[in-house]
Design a protein around this ligand. Structure first.
Ligand SMILES: Nc1ncnc2c1ncn2[C@@H]1O[C@H](COP(=O)(O)OP(=O)(O)OP(=O)(O)O)[C@@H](O)[C@H]1O
Length: 302
C-alpha cells in the first residue's frame, strides 16, 4: 500500500524525534510504500498532507499528538479530497485521541501493527464541526471553552517547563484567579443560560492527557457529550480535580453530562473580554461557536 506518513518532529516537545523514521522502517519491512511528509511548521504540513491526499494514497498515517490528529481530520473531512482512511502513531504529550481509541502509547511497533490490522477492519467515527460566522473546522476528540482552555492558553505562552509539568503549573496559576463564567447555550435548539467553570463538547473520552471528562463517550455513537462543571469553590475544585483521571468525578453534584447533537456556546465576560476555545488541544479562537455532530465522517485504521 502507498501510505502518506505525516510527522511532527516537535510532538511531545521534540522528544519523539526519530519516530517518523522508525515508522517508515516498520512499514517498509511489512512490504508497504510509505511517503514521508515532514515540514517546518503546522501550516506547511497541512498543505503537504492535502496535496498528498489529493494525488491519491491508500491511507494517511499521522505520527504525533492530538494536534496531528486535528490536522489529519481537517484535511480529510473536506469534500475536496478523495475519501481516505487515517491512522495514528501516538507520540504526543496528551494523546487523548489515542486514549479514546485504546491505542498503545509509547510503543511504535505495536501502534504500527494496530494501523495495519485496522486496514482489515476500518472504523467509522463521528466528528464535531465548530463554526463561527467566518470559519469552520472539525475536531475528533473535544472542544472546550472555560477553565481548561484558559490553562492551555497560559501553558502555550510559556517556554518553560517542558512536558506535563507546564500544564500542572498552569492549572495552579489559573486556579488562583479563575471565576465561574456566565454562558448562553442553545442545546439541540433549546436556549439556556448558566454559570459554569468549564464547558466541553466531547466526542472522545478525555482531554488534557487522560482527564476522563466523559468516560462513556464513544467516537462512533452518533452523539456528542456536553460536559458542564457548575461553579464551586477553589477548595472543592482541588478536591474534585484528581478524580477526573479515573472518571470518579461522575455522579458528583456539580458535574453533568448530556448526549447532544448540536450546541451553540457564547460567554458573557466583564468588559470586552472574549473567551478562547480549544479543539483537540489546538487553539480555535474566541466564542461564540456553534458545534454540530457530523456522523460517520471519517474512516480510521486503528
Ligand atoms: N514542524 C511541525 N509540524 C507540525 N506541527 C508542528 C511543527 N512544529 C511545531 N508544531 C506544533 O505542534 C503542535 C501539535 O503537536 P502534537 O499534537 O503533534 O504534539 P503534542 O502537542 O506534544 O501532543 P498533544 O496534542 O497530544 O498534547 C501544533 O500546535 C503545531 O503548531
Amino acid at each position: 500500500m502507498k501510505i502518506a506518513v505525516a510527522v511532527n518532529p516537535q510532538a511531545a516537545f521534540g522528544s519523539s524525534r526519530g519516530s517518523g523514521e522508525r515508522v517508515l522502517e516498520l512499514l517498509r519491512a511489512a512490504g508497504h510504500q510509505p511517503v514521508l511528509l515532514r515540514e517546518t511548521n503546522y501550516q506547511a504540513l497541512t498543505a503537504s498532507v492535502r496535496q498528498a491526499v489529493q494525488q491519491g494514497v491508500d491511507a494517511l498515517l499521522m505520527v504525533g499528538g492530538d494536534g496531528m490528529v486535528h490536522l489529519g481530520v481537517n484535511v480529510l473531512a473536506s469534500e475536496a479530497v478523495p475519501p481516505t482512511p487515517m491512522g495514528l502513531i501516538p507520540v504526543g504529550t496528551g494523546n487523548d485521541a489515542a486514549r479514546s481509541l485504546g491505542l498503545p502509547l509509547g510503543d511504535i511497533p505495536a501502534a504500527v501493527q494496530r494501523f495495519l490490522a485496522g486496514a482489515q477492519q476500518p472504523l467509522s467515527i463521528d466528528l464535531g464541526k465548530v463554526s463561527s460566522d467566518r470559519e469552520e473546522e472539525f475536531f475528533a476528540v473535544s472542544f472546550s471553552a472555560g477553565f481548561d482552555a484558559r490553562v492551555n492558553e497560559r501553558a502555550n505562552g510559556w517556554r518553560w517547563p517542558k512536558g506535563r509539568q507546564r500544564y500542572n503549573l498552569a492549572i495552579v496559576r489559573e486556579l488562583a484567579t479563575f471565576r465561574p463564567i456566565r454562558y448562553r447555550l442553545v442545546v439541540d435548539g433549546v436556549a439556556e443560560e448558566l454559570e459554569a467553570m468549564l464547558i466541553a463538547v466531547a466526542n472522545g473520552t478525555s482531554l488534557g492527557g487522560g482527564m476522563k471528562i466523559t468516560p462513556d463517550a464513544q467516537l462512533s455513537d452518533g452523539e456528542l457529550d456536553l460536559f458542564v462543571v457548575a461553579p464551586m469553590s477553589r477548595l472543592r475544585l482541588v478536591a474534585l480535580f484528581p478524580k477526573v483521571f479515573s472518571g470518579r468525578h461522575i455522579g458528583e453534584p456539580e458535574v453533568s453530562i448530556r448526549r447532544v447533537r448540536s450546541v451553540r456556546i457564547e460567554a458573557e465576560l466583564p468588559g470586552n473580554q472574549s473567551l478562547v476555545s480549544y479543539a483537540d488541544g489546538e487553539r480555535v479562537g474566541a466564542l461564540p461557536r456553534q458545534i454540530d455532530l457530523v456522523p460517520a465522517a471519517l474512516t480510521l485504521w486503528v
